[in-house]
Design a protein around this ligand. Structure first.
Ligand code: NDP
Length: 281
């Protein structure tokens, strides 16, 4: 029978563990603070920012909200980041993406102090991950590793195929699977014979950004399938990059959408906020 990987339950477990840790830190006089910056009012971003604030509240992390208008200039945003970088009472800085087109995302992400970059997007943190040094790891792939580990799914020696090579999901995912001693293949839009490659996977991580593209014929019998995609269909229902109905019966384990990878991203952001204290020391 296919095991449904319950990201909601695992994320709740992680948040509860962190809540305990934060309470202990408070007793030692350590307070954690996350600054969340949103530029403009993209509805999806507003939902994500709201969820992040709620998670902070639950765990006992102080959150500072900076809601800036759409027309905010790049310099103004960089200035705010500079100020937050300098504040000893701020442990984490998060800039909600996407940013309005007139602001260079790369420049903004590079401006965040690597020790406060709780999203793990700064090149220094990406580099640390690449060479196996301590640093912040991008939350979505870190969450996927937690799901696999907490479901006792072995990675070592397994054929792991990642579909997608974005900087925030595909590439760090591949690096983390490699760190866990998986045999990793990364595929993308120029990959030839995608089905052939994905059919080799014991663990298939799908981050394409194309609703329900991965059907049963891409998947090996008994594979573990992790669906990173999030889409809203015409009926306003959520779905992933994987065609769950056709794929689920073929796998040994699968993440649903919603309730799979999504909740893990926020749990791991909270994990990074707690870790920031040690990294900053
Ligand atoms: P991107 O659009 O940045 O990357 C998509 C990747 O898929 C690219 O590397 C692209 O290849 C590859 N790709 C596109 N079409 C094909 C194809 N036909 N065959 C093979 N590869 C293809 O997306 P993200 O990585 O940012 O996100 C992926 C999905 O995950 C999205 O649905 C997003 O909404 C979701 N997401 C969910 C999160 C969560 O918390 N659950 C967090 C982040 C993202 P190429 O590089 O060649 O263009």
């Amino acid at each position: 029978m296919t095991q449904i990987i319950d990201g909601k339950a695992i994320s709740a477990q992680i948040k509860d563990e962190l809540k305990g840790k934060v309470a202990e830190m408070k007793e030692q006089g350590i307070e954690i603070c996350l600054a969340v910056i949103q530029v403009g009012n993209d509805p999806a971003s507003t939902v994500y920012v709201g969820k992040k604030k709620k998670a902070c509240e639950y765990i006992g992390i102080k959150s500072l909200a900076y809601e800036l208008p759409e027309e905010t200039g790049e310099e103004e945003l960089l200035e705010l980041i500079g100020k937050l970088n300098g504040r000893k009472d701020v442990n984490g800085i998060l800039v909600q993406l996407p940013l309005p087109k007139h602001i260079a995302e790369e420049k903004v992400l590079a401006a965040i102090e690597p020790v406060k970059d709780v999203d793990g997007f700064h090149v220094q943190n990406v580099g640390s991950l690449c060479v196996g040094k301590k640093g912040f790891v991008s939350c979505t792939p870190a969450g996927i590793i937690q799901l696999l580990k907490r479901y006792h799914i072995e990675i070592e020696g397994k054929e792991c195929v990642v579909i997608g090579r974005s900087n925030i999901v595909g590439k760090p995912m591949a690096l983390l699977l490699l760190q866990e001693n998986g045999t990793v293949t990364v595929t993308h839009s120029r990959t030839k014979n995608l089905k052939e490659v994905t059919s080799r996977a014991d663990i298939l991580v799908v981050a394409i950004g194309k609703p329900k593209m991965i059907t049963a014929e891409y998947v090996k019998e008994g594979a573990v399938v992790i669906d990173v995609g999030i889409h809203r269909n015409a009926d306003n229902k959520l779905c992933g990059d994987v065609d769950y109905e056709s794929v689920a019966p073929k796998c040994s384990a699968i993440t649903p959408v919603p309730g799979g990878v999504g909740p893990m991203t926020i749990a791991m952001l909270m994990y990074n906020c707690v870790e920031s204290v040690a990294l900053q020391q």
